[in-house]
Design a protein around this ligand. Structure first.
Ligand SMILES: *Cc1c(COP(=O)(O)O)cnc(C)c1O
Length: 422
């Protein structure tokens, strides 16, 4: 092991005093060193690779999943054991890849509120409705989950520098966790990235490069930098650990709903890490005996101006192509081509879900609609989830009695000054 001799940031385990489970009054925080992942597995070919060195994609050029010895965890990693732990994503440490406790970088990410809104449920004509408010993560988006995990693991495995292409929020999160870990971060973002996000990246000490292009163009620049300077590439699904951080949303839904899952999850999909991650979490939870076979139907929402997954879904394709001239003010949805496209489409299919697109104007309208109904200033991507529900109702994919969770993936504050494109 490399060990983590640096001075890194740890959130205090009792920071959110409000969350103490009365049944387990003493905080049972997972012990020091954990087994971590048993191996990495190619999501396309099933090939197994060792987990204890830095690996990006599989030899087939596809995303890798971390696999755990779930049978060995069964009796110990139970909902009851987890209930009294610290309110961050580290409460699920046994199914996370970081072994050395000293390498768990933390700014208090995860365990975000699941807010029920009866008024929004009535407006959208569904049985019950919750908003998972990911805007309350440390940098105001759920990118913190993935980057917390990827940076912690890169630190544990000895990375010296980190690089990331991003449509915005991922770069902010990488800058934050890189700073917390004491690792240099180089970000490449489109020139029209929202100003609050650029200000954040700069304030957090990352080196920023602005590019006249989209996230794919930024990715090419990052790859060169990584090849030449030996930096570690944190691109979506091009390393195995961001998805591990994001999967914790699936475990949280189960805990926060009192030990069950909703009928439907509506998720604004760019690279798809969160959706793929939750689907992976549900499979793990079934193997661990937390849940039965039944799982939520997963729905992807994309912007009408960049909807490769919807396009592929409507045609029954197993992979999505690359969208031309991607245009939407929802920065997180401006992802014309995703390396995990086949995993997104697989989760939609296996869950009995689907995919719909909404226009920027509808997102904007629902940012206000959700705000007035819930008190949460959601990101355009969050607005997109509410905008999708009437369509899902019309298509008969969501029913009048269904329990629905909408993912507000970021805070509206990060988009102030951005105009919807129509
Ligand atoms: C990145 C991002 C998304 C898309 O997330 P994926 O998991 O990559 O699909 C959605 N909303 C916001 C606010 C984002 O920053």
């Amino acid at each position: 092991m490399y060990g983590c001799p640096r001075e890194i940031c740890h959130a205090h385990p009792l920071q959110r005093h409000a969350y103490r489970n009365p049944e387990t009054p003493e905080m049972s925080i997972p012990p020091g060193d954990l087994p971590g992942a048993a191996f990495l597995q190619c999501t396309a070919t099933g090939e197994r690779l060792p987990s204890e060195r830095l690996i990006g994609l599989s030899p087939a050029g596809k995303p890798l999943f971390a696999r755990y010895d779930l049978a060995a965890l069964g009796g110990r990693f139970t909902p009851r054991a987890v209930a009294g732990r610290e309110p961050t994503l580290w409460r699920y440490a046994e199914v996370l890849p970081v072994r050395d406790r000293a390498c768990r970088v933390s700014l208090g990410e995860g365990f975000t509120p699941l807010v029920e809104s009866p008024r929004l449920a009535r407006t959208l004509k569904v049985g019950r409705l919750w908003v998972k408010d990911e805007g309350q993560n440390p940098t105001g988006s759920f990118k913190d989950r993935g980057l917390c995990m990827a940076v912690s693991r890169a630190l544990e495995l000895g990375a010296r520098g980190l690089a990331i292409p991003s449509a915005g929020n991922a770069a902010g999160a990488a800058a934050a966790y890189g700073a917390a870990a004491g690792l240099p971060v180089h970000v490449v973002v489109p020139a029209d990235t929202p100003v609050p996000i650029l200000a954040e990246i700069r304030a957090l000490g990352a080196e920023v490069r602005l590019l006249d292009g989209l996230i794919g163009d930024c990715g090419a620049v990052v790859r060169r930098r990584c090849d030449e300077d030996g930096w570690w590439d944190l691109s979506t699904l091009k390393e195995p650990y961001r998805v591990e951080g994001k999967k914790t949303m699936g475990y949280e839904l189960f805990e926060q709903l009192g030990g069950r899952l909703p009928d439907a999850i509506v998720y604004p999909t760019g690279g798809g890490t969160g959706l793929i991650g939750m689907w992976k979490a549900f499979a793990e939870m079934e193997a661990l005996g937390w849940i039965e076979r039944k799982r939520p139907r997963m729905f992807s929402v994309q912007a009408a101006g960049c909807a490769p997954v919807v396009h592929a879904w409507e045609r029954g394709w197993e992979e999505a192509g690359v969208w031309k001239k991607a245009a939407t003010y929802a920065a997180g949805l401006r992802v014309p081509g995703a390396v995990g496209d086949f995993l997104i489409l697989r989760a939609l299919r296996e869950s009995g879900g689907g995919a719909v697109a909404v226009a920027d104007g509808e997102m904007e309208e629902w940012v206000r609609g959700m705000g007035a109904a819930t008190g949460i200033f959601v990101a355009p991507e969050g607005g997109a989830t509410a905008a999708a529900v009437p369509r899902l109702r019309e298509l008969g994919l969501v029913g009048a009695a269904d329990e629905v969770v909408l993912f507000n993936t970021g805070s509206g504050l990060k988009y102030v000054g951005m105009e919807p494109l129509g």
